[in-house]
Ligand binder design. Structure first.
Ligand SMILES: NC(=O)c1ccc[n+]([C@@H]2O[C@H](COP(=O)([O-])OP(=O)(O)OC[C@H]3O[C@@H](n4cnc5c(N)ncnc54)[C@H](OP(=O)(O)O)[C@@H]3O)[C@@H](O)[C@H]2O)c1
Length: 241
């Protein structure tokens, strides 16, 4: 599949379920957008590709990739080389540990930080040349309201919330470091959204919002919000806990 320079090339991590999947589905139906989705679950990626194909869509690529890996898959490199740029990167993949702080193992702590902090760091680092080549590019880091200084905290989420705080820090630092390159870096700190992650962490809790409505807001922000903002992490939440 060819990409033309007029088209925006967007990469989203964590598209096998939840908010990432909803963003991928909506973006693959947009004219003048080509979307690349990454996740680890091959079966879920196949199902997603099938759903898009059955809907008559063609502006998409799905590649299996673990964001904690050091290198990008070859197929992704080929798409980037052909397009010569990347317009938008949405660091959406996330991992949540819900456990009392004193019981969290080193492996659990590391997996959370590897996914939520190392993943975005490494992807931005590897994709920076392509983002810069776009002339104007937008990196969107998906954070959490729990990862905001002074917000309400939940017992059991120390690894998760502190990792999302680190992401807010990375967002601010990179906006400064990339100044003048055309690459803007912003974050969105989400309130509760009814996804598998939320259901696994808080069984029985009903979030006020669902992935499709959150996805449309995020897409609009990712495609158009970058021009007016840099280094900001904005809350996307209808409640103030
Ligand atoms: N839902 C909420 O209430 C809420 C609130 C605040 C913030 N957020 C944030 O919003 C984002 C999306 O959350 P969600 O609720 O949609 O979560 P989700 O349902 O658990 O989906 C997470 C996605 O990330 C992918 N992923 C996890 N680890 C990965 C890895 N190492 N490499 C590649 N992909 C990986 C998963 O796919 P695979 O397992 O197939 O890799 C999955 O597609 C996350 O960053 C989350 O922290 C969510």
């Amino acid at each position: 599949m060819n990409t033309t320079n007029r088209e925006k090339l967007v990469l989203i991590t964590g598209v096998s379920r939840g908010i990432g999947r909803a963003m991928f589905l909506q973006m693959s139906a947009m004219p003048d957008v080509k979307v690349i989705g990454l996740a680890r679950s091959q079966d879920a990626l196949h199902a997603l590709e099938q759903e898009c194909t059955e809907a008559g869509l063609s502006g998409f690529f799905c590649f299996q990739h673990d964001v904690t890996e050091q290198h990008l898959p070859e197929e992704l490199m080929s798409v980037l080389k052909e397009a010569g740029k990347l317009d938008v990167l949405i660091n959406n993949a996330g991992a949540l540990v819900n456990k009392p702080f004193v019981d969290i193992s080193r492996e659990e702590w590391e997996q959370c930080y590897l996914t939520n902090v190392y993943g975005p760091y490494r992807l931005i680092q590897l994709l920076y040349p392509w983002l810069k080549a776009a002339g104007e590019a937008h990196v969107v880091n998906i954070g959490s309201m729990g990862g905001v200084q002074g917000s309400a905290k939940f017992a059991g989420l120390s690894a998760y919330s502190s990792s999302k705080m680190a992401l807010v820090g990375i967002t601010e630092c990179l906006a400064e470091e990339f100044k003048g390159t055309g690459v803007h870096v912003n974050g969105v700190n989400l309130g509760a959204v009814q996804t598998e992650m939320l259901a696994e962490a808080f069984p029985g809790y009903e979030a006020p919002h669902h992935p499709p409505e959150v996805a449309s807001w995020l897409i609009d922000f990712a495609l158009h919000g970058g021009r007016l903002m840099n280094g900001k992490s904005v809350p996307l939440s209808s409640t103030t806990p």
